[in-house]
Design a protein around this ligand. Sequence first.
Ligand code: HEM
Length: 127
Amino acid sequence: MNPSLSIYDNLGGAETVRKLVEAFYPKVQADPLLGPLFPEDITPVMEKQYMFLSQFFGGPSLYSDAFGHPMMRARHLPFPVTPERAEAWLACMSAALEEIGVEKQLCDFVLQRLSGPAFHFVNTTEE
Ligand code: HEM
């Protein structure tokens, strides 16, 4: 990991962010806490996540260019995001990072950066 580069560049750019999203959503869909929240056709969600993570990681601002201000917490309000679901989301992300072969130090850094938003999106303690 090169600390003077963005996460996006450390990962290797668009191709790796795409691979990460493709490894992540099958895990989300298979997760008993997360799967039921998502639509059967996951493709549009994957595309939005690709756009969002690209900019969150310091790459091109694809999501904001298409949809305006992310307001990510607000966009999650229709869904019951519990602390357990935040943990499950991060666990799926951890497994996806490992699956695509991201080195440990970079994995840990990415997860640390995502855990802030994940717990910030918690909006209920009930399922
Ligand atoms: C904390 C646990 C989380 C849960 C349970 C969760 C769940 C969901 C659900 C159910 C959707 C809507 C899918 C649909 O369109 O029907 C969604 C959309 C999305 N989530 Fe999450 N999410 C979590 C955390 C995160 C985090 C940490 C990020 C990124 C930092 C994120 C980024 C997104 C994006 C970009 C979308 C698409 C938003 C849009 O419609 O434009 N989510 N999430």
